[in-house]
Design a protein around this ligand. Sequence first.
Ligand SMILES: NC(=O)C1=CN([C@@H]2O[C@H](COP(=O)(O)OP(=O)(O)OC[C@H]3O[C@@H](n4cnc5c(N)ncnc54)[C@H](OP(=O)(O)O)[C@@H]3O)[C@@H](O)[C@H]2O)[C@@H](O)CC1
Ligand SMILES: Nc1ncnc2c1ncn2[C@@H]1O[C@H](COP(=O)(O)OP(=O)(O)O)[C@@H](O)[C@H]1O
Ligand SMILES: [K+]
Length: 504
Amino acid sequence: MKIFTAQQIREADAYTIQHLPISSLDLMERAAGACTSWICKHFMPNTSVYIYCGMGNNGGDGLAITRLLRNRGYNAHAYVLHHSEKASADHAANREALLQKYPEALHDLPNTTSIQEPPANVLIVDAILGTGLSRPADGWIAGIIHQLQALYAAHTIIAIDLPSGMQADSSSLNTPVVKAHHTLSFEFYKLAFLFPENAGISGEVHILPIGLHPDYIEQTPTPFHISEESLIRTIYKPRSPFAHKGTYGHALLVAGSEGKMGAAILSAKSCLRAGVGLLSCHVPKCGYTIIQIAVPPAMCIVDEQYDHSSGFQTDPSKYKVIGIGPGIGTAAGTAWALERLLEQYRQPMVLDADALNIIAATPGLIDKVPKGSLLTPHPKEFERLFGKTANNREQLQVLSHNAVEKGLCILLKGRYTAMAFPDGSIYFNTTGNPGMATGGSGDVLTGILTSLLSQGYNSKDAMLMGVYIHGLAGDYAAETLSQEALTPEDIIDYLGKSFLRLRA
Ligand SMILES: NC(=O)C1=CN([C@@H]2O[C@H](COP(=O)(O)OP(=O)(O)OC[C@H]3O[C@@H](n4cnc5c(N)ncnc54)[C@H](OP(=O)(O)O)[C@@H]3O)[C@@H](O)[C@H]2O)[C@@H](O)CC1
Ligand SMILES: Nc1ncnc2c1ncn2[C@@H]1O[C@H](COP(=O)(O)OP(=O)(O)O)[C@@H](O)[C@H]1O
Ligand SMILES: [K+]
């Protein structure tokens, strides 16, 4: 699914009106109808609903929703906030329609008043500002937004299109924004919903289709996408009936150190469960028995040292792929070994955890990483690699810039893991849950990505599919076990169910 900017959404709106037999007022009626149906499905007919409306089309939606809810027996009231002298044309038309049919439902609030605390159980709808927000809200309207924020604890708040004050394409850090329990967003996710620092502002997001023209959606380029199951299904390649273990590659995982052999076990087990043909693990001497017993299908290359600095005597290019990082530590010998490896190995690799920390601490080393490699930092590792950023929007720019400039596939882990590719595209993953916020979940991802590269998936496909099935396995695990009880081993155990879903 594409994610469009506020400007592109306006163009989609205009294109639809121009190319389909539908007026802008009818499109607003359709949008308001979709919101009304959603509200009617979730709240009883005699519910009291206070709808706060701005002077633009977001407010127009609110006025239409008031009328449509009244038609269906709800005690709906529109409060029009006069923050601007001029109402949009469709706002004015819907004001008139409400006045004609339900004059008692229309209340005007001049720009000197404040919002009265509604009686208990009143449902609040925020239709003050939508995608037309041209600057951060300030003055009287900022005060109104703060008053609505104070009602969050006692009332259910539903935002229309996006919470008022939120800019569709930017971070809402330090700006006044309504906090909603639900957001009914038209046709598309907004970029701002996906930023960690906007967490808790939009509540649950529900995308309501309103029939914007499919040609505009298809033809209009955007770097931003949601990674969806339909896309992953096109990537997934079932195994060939004539396959043998050589078909799916020989992968090398460089992982573990004293006290951190668990990271090596997790990435090795997930690599096997994700379908690799052959797996060798490069582990320090202290990890030999551990890995041999814990992961019998894996072969083992023993480092005579404790830090991976010996044991790469054989030519590493014989491996289809190398995954390096989980639990390796950042000792000088390990950094030396990584640098030698990057000099010798020229195919796409997977670099995670301490491999990234070493790269961050060694000037120029990132330029030696083979093109098409997958880098999997969490936010702290990202900051070490690419520096501090002012907000999540800027962080996304830095992510994409580095992916393009260095020819790497770089992700940034989180609720909606962002994946940036050398072609400039950025995808957000939606699978996964807070049960996965536990040490070792990332090691599992490293194993999966290494496995998919080994099986011949190209770098972009491996990252998109690997991140998706990692989250999906976590979701399956949480369904049966709860988020609290979920451990990284459970993600590995449910990988099978994720593959079965893609096959179905
Ligand atoms: N997508 C679609 O296809 C469809 C979209 N639809 C709906 O249209 C919405 C977009 O409507 P829109 O363009 O009229 O803008 P909107 O958000 O109401 O704001 C404009 C008003 O806000 C004001 N204003 C701006 N910034 C401000 C500030 N900082 N502080 C204070 N005021 C500020 C600005 O005033 P001015 O800048 O002129 O002073 C003007 O009065 C969209 O979100 C969706 O709900 C559906 O109806 C149909 C299909
Ligand atoms: N709240 C969440 N929602 C979705 N996915 C999550 C959430 N918390 C963590 N994850 C996923 O779990 C993984 C954690 O990785 P990481 O922080 O590297 O863990 P570790 O280094 O301990 O193995 C990432 O893939 C991340 O996207
Ligand atoms: K709104």
